[in-house]
Design a protein around this ligand. Sequence first.
Ligand code: PLP
Length: 394
Amino acid sequence: MHISEAAINNDLIETLRGTILFPMDTHAYSTWLEIDLGAIQHNLKTIKAITKTQVMAIIKANGYGHGVLAVAKAVTEAGAEWCGVARMEEAINLRQAGIAGQIMVLGYSPPRLIPAAIEHDIHVAIYNPHMAHDYVTYAAAYHGRLKMHVKVETGMGRLGMAVEQVPKFLGEFHRHPNLEIDGIFTHFAKADEKNSDTTQRQLSVFNDLLTQLKKAKLCPELVHAANSAAIFNYPESYFGMVRPGIALFGLDPSPNSPLPLSFRPALAWKARLTSVRKFPPGHGISYGSVYITSGCERIGVVPVGYGDGYRREPDQRVLVRGQLVDIVGRVCMDQSMLQLDSVPEACAGDEVVLLGEQGGQRITASDIANCWGTINYEVVCGLADRLPRVYLGK
Ligand SMILES: *Cc1c(COP(=O)(O)O)cnc(C)c1O
């Protein structure tokens, strides 16, 4: 099969990771992800309507598996002023793809990447006063000014400057020729619990600090704290900007904190049956023959395995012709076997849905997470780069 010019030039091609060679022709793939960018834009606009603040769209980890460049373009177009990622490489990748809005790295930025941060107009997080000296050294050598937001530890127990250190730090650096401190933020540990004491305490520690900084005329302009869960549970945490990640993709922040019904999931994971055949009784299926046919059984093969971010776990189910069917035997790297006796019409070439809807039945990221003993975040972040991402409805 040859690859058409038109397909190569399509602006949705993400080189190497999730390369899309045949944008809309799902028959070109044996397994693929369908991502509804319209749903992501709708979710972003819904958040904006709720908070009436700026939004930093959190699109780390390849846009929660949805494909970061297409997602970045979609959220920017729909009105996100900022994009937030975890690492400098992710931020530079966005700039090189032409994302023009504000970009911030939320985690650690190695000092030697500071010239790149300045060159690409990327904001870093500063959470340790000592790091500022290294940052200044690199920024000064580059004759540039590094933009940064101060990250404050209020109870998350991860990164963040101790509250007591913040006034002194800002006093020392707020007019520094090589630093521009234009934001201050914190992160919640339990925002998915309504009326959590921890979150109330974090908010009051943060607010007390802000009051103190304002009095001393040291408060950076942009204040932010709320992740997706806080957007729904703690309206008092909006400040000047919110930082939704999971909600943009229409996925629940936690089982305690389901999204309002107006949010739409954006992702489906599909595949085609590559084989359907009968095996006689007593036949081993897949590695280790841990599943043995009890009678004459119809067994299908779906070209998806742990190399795609599926899991080598028992009791997984997928949809074939609108019916839930069991995966039997061990999941392989690239393939898994299905028990198809309940769907006698199933044949090779049929569409299989691993995540998403088919014939009125639905498998959600949370359903898969429950089966794996994890959370929906881990399910989508684990979707392998090799899965083609096909974008719909922009
Ligand atoms: C990942 C992250 C977010 C987004 O969290 P969600 O629960 O996905 O909304 C916000 N802020 C920071 C600092 C993060 O690391």
